[in-house]
Design a protein around this ligand. Structure first.
Ligand code: GLU
Length: 486
């Protein structure tokens, strides 16, 4: 099997939502195909009409596109094994279901769905129709009676298959229900369509979540019934989330955002999400590298780097990875990308957006933090005088109150043309000299008086630049007035 060209697939059901676990499945299937110079297929498993969501296929394609996971074959991508949407392959499933009946590995079941037939072993179908005489079957078919086609499971022995991560998986056949393959309306079930398509599409490696590990024996029996070669199975452990109390459970909404789209909306870059998701259950061999381009992932990816244990989604780690991507961006590209996250800006900030963006770039872990980071430049509520206290620079509210009138006088004398970071810095330095004060003290007092908070993107003169002359003076005067009430 190993000398065959690798063909992997991502086979989502169109639910209008791309859970991080699904994205990881798609990514690994893609990376493995690309690492092996093989083919990556997108197949849409849309036979469960009750769960059908309009536009979900477009949504999947848009998501893969944003994540730079590019199918070689699939709906709208070309390929010789189509159609790649299961609802367009109904005739194929019917043909193969009937073939299986002829092979004696499946049977027509005419049982009334309203009657209870769930009294078989392990609560499964009671196999009423399993051994109907041929005349009875023919009679039903002649009458046009509705039927389902069920898989005829072996009654004893066991089914075994090999999973790359989990080794040999065995299941006693008596635990397997005679599952429905084709429903009354001609729709295949997931377990059936999935196998038919994986075979007909030449899939060599099936990469999917562990939730399918117990369905796989049923799939294996189908492959064997048709005499088809088995693909290689790789079942990935689920992505988990950590609760506040430290307990771990399958990643769900209560842990935070769980979909690719939601993370993008929060201001994580698609490249960073993909990079982080790649590390959720895979690590490179012989290296500690954590930041990867897609090409680097492809170059390093191999199945033996996959982990069989559960991975915990860590928002802090994602934030770190994302921060590295943001820092690596050039200032202009960052400013453009970050702008929509800033919201409506007052004119003075809009005019200085590039300067502000450059200050933000190295401070944030995601773009969604921007409104909080810049809020102080828009709103200036009264603050407590204790904010001036700074031990290192020996600042007290009293000292601030003494100094601020000089700062105001100085700033009033600065012309509009000179209102920029360098010249404001020079002028404040001159004041430091003149007064024989510590530079740290002056800069601190100006920063607090103009910003109203201790931690800010940029220092005193950068804040003054961003605010502009009029605003800066208004704020500092207000701060002085408030100190007057001490
Ligand atoms: N349609 C299944 C899902 O959405 C695919 C499972 C598989 O990859 O075989 O999870």
């Amino acid at each position: 099997m190993t000398d065959k060209k690798v063909r992997t697939r991502f086979a989502p059901s169109p639910t209008g939502y791309m859970h991080i676990g699904n994205l990881r499945t798609a990514l690994y299937a893609y990376l493995y195909a690309k690492a092996e110079k093989g083919t990556f297929i997108l197949r849409i498993e849309d036979t469960d009409r009750a769960r059908y969501v309009p536009d979900a296929v477009d949504f999947i394609k848009r998501t893969l596109d944003a994540a730079h996971i590019v199918p070689d074959e699939g709906p709208g991508f070309g390929g010789d094994y189509g159609p790649y949407v299961q609802s367009e392959r109904m005739a194929i499933y019917k043909e193969y279901a009937e073939k299986l009946v002829q092979l004696g590995k499946a049977y027509y079941c005419f049982c009334d769905p309203d009657e209870d037939h769930s009294t078989g072993k392990f609560g499964g179908y009671d196999r009423t129709c399993r051994d109907l005489p041929q005349e009875v079957i023919d009679e039903h078919l002649k009458n046009g009676d509705p039927y389902v086609i069920r898989q005829k499971m072996p009654l004893d022995g066991e089914t075994t298959y090999f999973d790359v991560l989990h080794g040999n998986i065995r299941i006693p056949n008596e635990e397997l229900e005679d599952q429905v393959l084709l429903k009354r309306d001609g729709m295949p079930t997931y377990n059936f369509a999935n196998v038919i398509d994986d075979h007909l599409m030449g899939v060599t490696h099936i990469i999917r979540g562990t939730e399918f590990i117990t369905s796989t024996p049923k799939h294996v029996l189908l492959y064997q019934s048709y005499g088809w070669e088995l693909p290689t199975f790789i079942h990935l452990a689920p992505v988990m989330g950590k609760d506040e109390n430290g307990a771990v459970s399958k990643l769900s909404k209560r842990h935070g955002a769980t979909s690719f789209d939601d993370l993008v909306k929060m201001g994580y870059l698609p490249e960073a999400i993909v990079n982080y998701v790649a590390l959720l259950g895979w690590s490179p061999k012989n290296s500690n590298q954590e930041i990867f381009t897609m090409d680097e992932l492809i170059a390093s990816f191999s199945l033996d780097g996959l982990s069989k244990s559960e991975a915990i989604f860590d928002y802090d780690k994602l934030g770190w990875v994302n921060g590295e991507y943001l820092k690596a961006m050039d200032d202009t590209a960052f400013a453009k990308l970050a702008k929509p996250f800033a919201g409506e800006l007052p004119d003075y900030l809009d005019a200085h957006w590039d300067t502000l963006a450059a200050l933000l770039k190295t401070r944030i872990s995601r773009l969604g933090e921007i409104p909080d980071e810049i809020h102080f430049l828009i709103d200036f509520p009264a603050f407590d005088a204790s904010l001036y206290v700074n031990k290192r620079n020996k600042v007290t509210p009293e000292k601030a109150k003494d100094l601020l009138p000089d700062v105001i006088a100085l700033l009033e004398s600065v012309s509009d043309e000179d209102w920029n970071n360098d010249s404001l810095y020079e002028k404040l330095e001159a004041l430091v000299e003149e007064k024989g004060l510590k530079k740290g003290l002056v800069m601190w007092v100006v920063r607090i008086a103009a910003a109203g908070q201790k931690i800010t993107p940029g220092g005193a003169t950068e804040i003054l630049t961003l605010l502009g002359k009029k605003n800066s003076l208004e704020r500092i005067k207000k701060s002085l007035a408030n100190l007057g009430n001490m």
